[in-house]
Design a protein around this ligand. Structure first.
Ligand SMILES: Nc1nc2c(ncn2[C@@H]2O[C@H](COP(=O)(O)OP(=O)(O)OP(=O)(O)O)[C@@H](O)[C@H]2O)c(=O)[nH]1
Ligand SMILES: [Mg+2]
Length: 424
């Protein structure tokens, strides 16, 4: 797999955080460190991190005029080509700052979109990223920006009396419509692929970006999913089957990670990729405890889940990368604070058996035991029963084949419809 971001020439960038007066310094440092990691992933090197504490917001330029001059001087000294803000800027702020500083101005959302665009590999991911980019661009169109008609083909571009901006807006809207149609087709194809799998209990790996979801997926299923010490290594969903202790077949999915202030357009566009998460029976929330900001990461993941309407799933909290934590006291304290957590190392394959055991418990918690009597004349449906859940016992009598099966609540309706006449 090639990595586009490292092929690009390295940009030199200055990072800026604008925070209310009195904000916790450690927190600001963690946010700027994360911004640096994002910049690094996008191929830019941060040469200075600037914090501006403000009593009141500055609508025109985000930072005060004194700070603008300070940054301008720093740009001259360092030959920086870009300034990256940790918070989102308004289109007007970008325009004003670009005019003042004469370098590229990026905000956090723009940077994340850029990373997604350079890392998207499949048609689905590319379509979703482009959709998000266009929706992000729409309100940011300026008079200076007139290349669109060339980019998207100029058929019927200029209607009577239309300004260039209106034309560009219309072109973007047309493109958005086309991409949305394409996503609808992809969704239908995915639906087809899912057919036949819907009976299995589904576990979904979720968590902050770089927490180790793909490494864990590989350790549990030998899936060979791409894992790397970069943000957003994964932009697609991979599903693999897995046997729990006791032999129950279940599905495990690995998907895109979350981050603080994930642009809303991106979340909306990635609904299709996140389908496996939304529809999962059990979530496995992977947390990197070697990162000092892990508590904030947990909160961000929980908030993002609620944003995409994932509520009240059975969740297993997994603290990963215990091999990278030197003080065993920290691990002990975590176990006391989160009594239901599992402490693992996906990379070193430590305590994976404990995680599998928790997964089995979750499956059992959500399942119920049924007994079905299948007449010999219908023995051809027995295969489907084995797919529908865990067959606990099979007993052949003179009249029928008696099968005790454990299946999940979600499958119960399907199960009722299919086997009602045989249920005891
Ligand atoms: N020390 C240590 N490193 C780990 C462990 N698990 C994963 N990593 C490393 O953490 C980095 C990120 O791992 P991934 O599996 O790509 O993380 P992810 O959650 O899938 O990340 P995204 O797909 O980018 O959201 C890689 O460099 C892994 O080698 C672990 O148990 N211990
Ligand atoms: Mg991944």
């Amino acid at each position: 797999m090639t990595d586009n971001s490292t092929e690009k020439k390295k940009e030199i960038a200055i990072a800026i955080a604008v925070v209310p007066k009195g904000t916790n310094r450690q927190l600001v440092k963690e946010h700027l460190d994360e911004l640096e990691f994002l910049a690094d992933t996008a191929g830019a090197e941060i040469i200075a991190k600037i914090v501006q504490e403000l009593q009141r917001k500055v609508p025109a330029t985000a930072i005060g005029s004194g700070k603008v001059q300070e940054v301008k001087q720093l740009i001259e000294e360092s030959h920086a080509t870009c300034v990256i803000f940790d918070d989102d800027l308004t289109p007007m702020q970008v325009r004003n700052l670009e005019k003042e500083l004469e370098v590229k101005i990026l905000d956090r959302s723009g940077l994340i979109l850029d990373i997604f665009a350079s890392r998207a590999r499949t048609v689905e991911a590319r379509t979703q990223v482009e959709l998000a980019q266009l929706k992000y661009m729409m309100p940011r169109l300026t008079r200076m920006w007139t290349h669109l008609s060339k980019q998207y083909g100029g058929v019927g571009t200029k209607g009577p009396g239309e300004t260039q901006i209106e034309t560009d807006r219309r072109l973007i809207r047309d493109r958005i419509n086309r991409l949305e149609d394409k996503m609808a087709t992809i969704d239908i194809q995915k639906e087809q692929q899912r057919k036949g799998r819907e009976l299995l209990h589904r576990f979904a790996l979720i968590g902050y970006t770089n927490s180790g979801k793909s490494t864990l997926m590989n350790a549990l299923t030998h899936a060979e999913v791409y894992a790397e010490n970069k943000l957003f290594a994964t932009l697609d969903t991979t599903v693999r089957s897995l046997s729990l202790p006791g032999g129950q077949q279940v599905l495990l999915s690995d998907t895109v990670g979350f981050i603080r202030k994930l642009p809303t357009h991106l979340i909306a566009s990635f609904k299709s990729t996140l389908y496996e998460t939304i529809e999962a029976d059990t979530l496995i929330h992977v947390v990197d405890i070697s990162n000092p900001a892990f508590r904030e990461h947990i909160e961000t993941v929980e908030k993002t889940l609620s944003d995409i309407s994932v509520h009240s799933h059975d969740t297993i909290l997994v603290f990963n990368k215990i091999d990278a934590v030197e003080d065993p006291e920290i691990l002990h304290a975590l176990e006391l604070e989160f009594p239901n957590c599992v402490l693992i190392s996906a990379q070193k394959k430590i305590h994976l058996d404990a995680l599998l055991h928790k997964m089995k418990e979750s499956f059992e918690r959500q399942s119920a035991l049924y007994t079905v009597a299948i007449p010999y004349s219908h023995s051809n449906i027995i295969g489907q029963l084995y797919d529908a859940g865990e067959v606990i016992e099979r007993h052949d009598t003179d009249e029928a084949i008696m099968i005790s099966i454990r299946t999940t609540q979600e499958k119960r309706d399907w199960f009722r419809r299919k086997f009602e006449q045989f249920l005891q």
